[in-house]
Design a protein around this ligand. Structure first.
Ligand code: HEC
Ligand code: HEC
Length: 228
């Protein structure tokens, strides 16, 4: 073997000892370094000033995360999420890591957060917890009131769902949540696809969980006007 060949082998061996560092693994390091858990939960760990990220990679694409992380307030005015001024590499690594979060951390032996004893007696409270922790709230807003930007969707926003009762029967609503809507209607047909779409929740939630969250959404409807 030539000396150059030996040198190449040495360098390769040194690289292997460290192990290959995937963007996802590097992104996990960035998540820890910036202490994102101060505001976000994954599984049982973290604060609740921001949304639970356990299903983040199920509901949002790494492409969206990368745009979001670049400047949260540019996408969503008045957001509480700080701009960390991440460099492009760290941002893309972080987005890749978030893309791996598809709910597993809520499927451990201790059960999902909404299956804890506190929710047993109250199905609507359980539905509200699923709405929050699976992350419906990150697109449809607190109480289903909407307000979240979705470029080139009708109205430029993800629709509010607080009045879903007026447009959907219970069975239709369950089906819509289960099947999702992969291609929301574009405001400008020649414009880009909206970055946020309605995920097919049957791929992440159990049938009884979809029913519970549907009943919660139905409960948001304002009371019917009885007088005139
Ligand atoms: C001071 C609290 C705070 C910190 C720290 C914070 N976030 Fe957020 N984050 C929020 C809030 C609040 C939202 C929800 C957007 C809104 O309603 O303004 C959010 C939204 C998000 C979203 C999109 C919503 C979703 O879950 O689908 C992602 C992804 C996210 N944050 C990732 C991160 C990452 C990664 C870090 C660390 C680099 C971080 N956040 C640090 C408060 C925070
Ligand atoms: C990543 C963003 C996102 C998340 C998360 C999300 N949705 Fe949606 N949802 C959408 C979009 C976008 C539409 C509109 C689709 C269209 O154009 O028909 C929609 C539509 C709906 C509708 C129909 C509203 C109407 O008037 O047509 C309901 C009901 C609904 N979502 C409920 C939920 C529930 C419940 C969850 C959580 C289990 C959830 N969504 C999570 C983006 C999201």
């Amino acid at each position: 073997m030539t000396r150059a060949g030996a040198l190449v082998l040495l360098v390769l061996a040194a690289g292997c000892r460290q192990g290959p560092r995937t963007p996802e693994a590097a992104g996990k390091g960035v998540y820890a370094a910036y202490d994102c858990k101060r505001c976000h939960r994954i599984g049982a760990e973290g604060g609740d000033a921001g949304p639970d990220l356990t299903f983040a990679g199920f509901r949002k694409t790494p492409e969206f995360m990368a745009v979001w992380l670049k400047d949260p307030a540019a996408w969503q005015p008045n957001t509480l999420m700080p701009n960390f001024s991440l460099n492009d590499e760290a941002r893309v690594q972080l987005a890749a890591y978030l893309g791996t979060l598809k709910g597993e951390a809520h499927r451990g032996p201790e059960g999902a957060p909404w299956d804890q004893p506190a929710f047993k007696a109250d199905p609507l409270k359980r539905g509200a917890e699923i709405y929050a922790r699976a992350g419906c709230v990150t697109c449809h807003g607190k109480g289903g009131k909407g307000g979240y930007t979705n470029l080139n969707a009708i109205g430029g926003k993800v629709p509010a769902v607080e009045r879903a009762k007026e447009g959907f029967s219970r069975a239709e609503l369950i089906k819509r949540i289960a099947d999702g809507v992969r291609h929301p209607t574009k405001a400008d047909p020649a414009g880009p696809e909206p970055m946020l779409w309605m995920p097919a929740w049957k791929e992440a939630l159990k049938p009884d969980e979809i029913e519970a969250v549907a009943d919660y959404v139905l409960s948001l409807a304002p009371p019917v006007q009885e007088s005139w």
